[in-house]
Design a protein around this ligand. Structure first.
Ligand code: NAD
Ligand code: ZN
Length: 400
């Protein structure tokens, strides 16, 4: 009689792969497990390595020069906004002399210009300068320039290569990574766009030196988010930061990119798992919209940091995240971010904004929350009572 061989668990089957992942990139294994990616460890790792090959976080000048030499593009175009033209182009041209003859395209700075008119202007300049299918568009700027440039290049002549050189902290750890390119349309953010990977992403700490401090603080919210999702070494490094003016960004940015990549690789077109990247964003976006609706200005990251406070509370009340860990994260947020306050009379308006979030269906509110640091859970349905409690908790934190 045949005895069936006991079924090997997926984990056993991929033991070797996971071990080699651990060896190659120890900070990464925890996340793979946390996301229950064991079955796909091999596939995810293969894609991860392929995409990682195109992201350079060290030796900026050497890597970019070699890359351009190898690609042998027919024409180089550099897209910038007015600020990155003035502050970042001199650094780029000093480091890569070959780009001295590149054609420059300048657009206005600011989210309000991430629109079809600016994209049309890029297509126009590419056409006038006879960009062919073997030309490259180099996006030198923050998330606005990367998103818009990536979209314009992806659609010009059915797609030419583009390179991101992200110059804000937010774009280095978030916007330039993951292959989402797009523009705003009719007051909807990122309404029109494509999924397309850049030919290369080149990160250089030097660009952060001219970035206004508030932009650094704002970008740091995404670093905290990644650290909480990954929950390992990056969280320890994040906790140990005392002053955002004195950070060696290279390592933090590189670790943070790895977290986003790990998630994106498993779900490149945002069908499911990529939702873990929304941690802090359901409440954070509502706060951001609420402030913008009053014609006041704010920073995305500051709102997300406040949103994370509320979602940390919900992680404890809905998923049992320990209060000790919750408070550890709250301390980090309070240390670096200005307080955002709103009266209880605005809770209804905020909840309405959360319901409008495109990720929710039929008036329910779903969030990505944390069971533990490094163990995110997507699509957790949260009721209004719980959200009210979380908003109250946020206010107590911010008033105290
Ligand atoms: N594609 C994605 O996956 C993704 C993810 C997150 C955010 N985004 C997008 O990213 C955008 C926000 O990106 P952002 O925060 O980088 O904003 P941004 O590109 O508008 O830059 C912020 C400001 O900093 C200036 N700036 C840029 N680099 C500078 C430097 N080195 N020194 C001095 N000033 C500099 C810019 O001119 C601008 O005024 C939004 O449009 C958002 O939708 C996209
Ligand atoms: Zn964000």
């Amino acid at each position: 009689m045949h005895r069936r061989k006991p079924r090997q668990s997926v984990e056993q089957k991929f033991k070797g792969v996971i071990a080699s992942v651990a060896k190659q990139s120890p900070k990464f294994t925890g996340l793979l497990h946390a996301l229950h990616l064991e079955a796909c460890a091999l596939l995810a790792m293969t894609i991860f390595v392929a995409m990682k090959d195109t992201i350079f976080t060290k030796n900026f000048a050497k890597n970019l020069s070699h890359f351009l030499e190898r690609k042998n593009y027919s024409l180089h175009f550099i897209l910038m906004d007015e600020n990155t033209h003035q502050l970042c182009l001199p650094i780029l041209q000093q480091e890569i002399q070959d780009l001295a003859s590149a054609t420059r395209i300048e657009i206005y700075a600011g989210e309000e210009h991430k629109n079809i008119r600016a994209a049309e202007y890029v297509w126009q300049r590419l056409t006038e300068e006879k960009a062919d299918r073997n030309s490259v568009l180099i996006n030198l700027g923050g998330g606005m320039v990367c998103d818009l440039g990536g979209f314009a290049a992806s659609t010009y002549k059915r797609g030419i290569d583009f390179i991101h050189i992200p110059t804000t902290l937010l774009s280095q750890v978030d916007a330039a990574i993951g292959g989402k390119q797009g523009i705003d349309f009719m007051n909807f953010k990122n309404q029109v766009g494509v999924f397309r990977q850049p030919a290369g992403v080149f990160v250089h700490e030097e660009f952060l030196k001219t970035l206004p401090q508030e932009e650094i603080v704002s970008g740091f919210a995404e670093v905290i988010k990644h650290a909480l999702i990954a929950g390992d070494g990056l969280w320890k490094k994040t906790v140990s930061i005392e002053n955002l003016t004195e950070v060696n960004w290279n390592e933090i940015v590189s670790d943070s990119i790895d977290v986003k990549l790990a998630v994106v690789k498993k779900d490149p077109e945002e069908k499911n798992l990529r939702k873990v990247l929304n941690f802090g964003h359901t409440m954070g976006h509502a706060i951001e919209s609420w402030i913008l609706n009053q014609h006041k200005t704010t920073y995305h990251g500051h709102c997300i940091a406040t949103g994370m406070m509320g979602e940390l509370y919900l992680s404890s009340s809905c998923l049992g995240l320990s209060e000790k860990k919750r408070d550890e994260a709250l301390t980090v947020i309070r240390k670096h971010f200005p307080k955002i306050v709103f009266p209880e009379s605005e809770f209804d308006a905020l909840i309405d904004l959360m319901k409008q979030d495109k990720k929710n269906e039929h008036g329910t509110i779903r969030m990505a929350l944390l069971r533990k640091f490094g163990n995110p859970v997507i699509d957790v349905e949260v009721d209004e009572m719980q959200i009210r409690e979380a908003l109250k908790f946020m206010m107590e934190q911010n008033e105290g």
